[in-house]
Design a protein around this ligand. Structure first.
Ligand SMILES: CC(C)(COP(=O)(O)OP(=O)(O)OC[C@H]1O[C@@H](n2cnc3c(N)ncnc32)[C@H](O)[C@@H]1OP(=O)(O)O)[C@@H](O)C(=O)NCCC(=O)NCCS
Length: 404
């Protein structure tokens, strides 16, 4: 394929400080722990505190990206934030990010929404922006940031999580070269998961959403094969959208059976082709827009050296729904860069919170939008090398951020 060489140059994560252990949550809900640990396939879910929101998670991930990759905010000409946890109906998270990171004035910034597909919408638009020549040597910053919330005690509760994944997208990338123009998209108008404007928690038709995901995977994968996706080397690994680990397992079986494999052969290939991409998602939970890229980060963190030069598949699904299947090749220099990026390091700072404290946080959280910020024009300064926190809103309901 004679296409420009564009892809993901670097990747970084940020997670909230607190997490709930799912064995403890199962006990509190009177559910056998094996259901959450094996049936759902998650061990912990990250919980955002009152001073953590999609903006602070995005800023902290992007700062880490710059610090670790050697790139500079001055390199950025496009900043897209994928989120389904918007903090304002009008002002995008990307605008807050632009200010808090000190991105250049000559920069296109916007927020992309389509449930969990928003991050992929951002990534593939950034790739096309570079391939079209609009970047003129600049890079794109794509950040996926979300807080996944379902009602307490609901069947969706163990599939919550929170976090952000920041990606630097540029020509001649050091991590993953993407196949420009060779993607399989699929869309359908369905009500599998939605969040009305006045709701802080998602509404979901859970089992229907699983079927919609699998139907969309079939449609996107078929389209990818139709546009020549299977030409070239076979896919050594595939990362799927991971609302919870078991969903990726179901997806892999579904896709491999579309290839004519038996169910047994499909399941046997899971350990090699998918398992390493689920290590970090099992520690954080669902991060919605970022979950495919958390899976990619997990794969690279575990296996960048082993899969250098190999082709991998990526599948993104956003309820509602839109999905896309695409592929890329892991760069030979990826392993050295992954060591420098220390992708999983932010997890080391996390602290377990008990179920009672998590429930208290949720009860208080209903009020956070109206929490008055301590009066401080100076709070909103340039934030370098420190952790951004959300303080609350001022008298005109403007959100105020500072450094902890
Ligand atoms: C995913 C979801 C529908 C599961 O809901 P649920 O009705 O409580 O769970 P189920 O009864 O289907 O059980 C989940 C799994 O645990 C398994 N399980 C149940 N009890 C178990 C036990 N004691 N030990 C081991 N596994 C157990 C079930 O067999 C099932 O596995 P399977 O899907 O392979 O059959 C729910 O968590 C949800 O709505 N999540 C949010 C939406 C979402 O993430 N959708 C994904 C597509 S985007």
């Amino acid at each position: 394929m004679n296409a420009p060489h564009v892809g993901i140059d670097a990747i970084a994560l940020s997670v909230p400080r607190g997490y709930v252990d799912l064995a403890e949550l199962a006990e509190a809900r009177g559910v056998p722990p094996e259901k959450y640990l094996n049936g759902i396939g998650t061990r912990r879910m990250a919980i955002a505190g009152p001073d953590e929101d999609p903006v602070t998670l995005a800023v902290n991930a992007a700062r880490r990206l710059f610090e670790r990759s050697g790139a500079s905010p001055a390199d950025i000409g496009l900043c897209i934030v994928g989120t389904e946890t918007a903090v304002d109906h009008s002002k995008p998270v990307a605008a807050f990010l632009h200010g808090l990171l000190g991105l250049p004035r000559a920069c296109r910034v916007f927020e992309a929404k389509h449930a969990c597909f928003g991050g992929t919408a951002g990534l593939l638009n950034a790739v096309d922006w570079i391939a079209a020549g609009s970047a003129r040597g600049r890079a794109a910053l794509v950040v996926c940031t979300d807080v996944a919330r379902y009602p307490l005690g609901s069947s969706g509760e163990p599939t919550q999580g929170a976090g952000a994944v920041a990606m630097l997208v540029r020509q001649d990338p050091r991590l993953l070269g993407l196949e420009v123009g060779r993607t399989g998209a699929f869309a359908r108008d369905v009500h599998d998961f939605w969040r009305p404007l006045h709701h802080k928690e998602a509404l979901v038709d859970g089992h229907f959403s699983v079927q919609c995901y699998l139907d969309a995977l079939a449609g996107a994968y078929d389209e990818w094969r139709r546009v020549g996706g299977e030409e070239g080397a076979p896919l050594a690994r595939t990362c799927y959208h991971v609302p919870y680990g078991k969903m990726a397992r179901k997806a892999h079986r579904h896709r491999r059976m579309m290839d004519g494999w038996t169910e047994q052969a499909a399941d046997e290939s899971f350990a090699v082709e998918v398992a390493s991409s689920l290590v970090l998602p099992a520690q954080i939970g669902n991060v919605y827009t970022g979950s495919l890229y958390l899976a990619l980060a997990s794969l690279l963190d575990a296996e960048a050296k082993a899969i250098a030069g190999r082709r991998i598949g990526l599948f993104s699904y956003g309820s509602g729904c839109c999905a896309e299947f695409f592929a890329g090749t892991v760069k030979p220099e990826a392993a050295a860069l992954v060591a420098q990026l220390e992708i999983a390091a932010p997890l080391a700072d996390c602290e377990r919170i008990c179920v009672a404290d998590y429930e208290r946080l949720r009860a208080e959280d209903a009020l956070t939008d109206r929490r008055p910020a301590p009066g401080s024009a100076s709070a909103r300064q340039t934030l370098e090398g420190r952790r951004a926190v959300y303080l609350g809103v001022d008298a005109n309901e403007r959100r105020v951020y500072a450094d902890a």
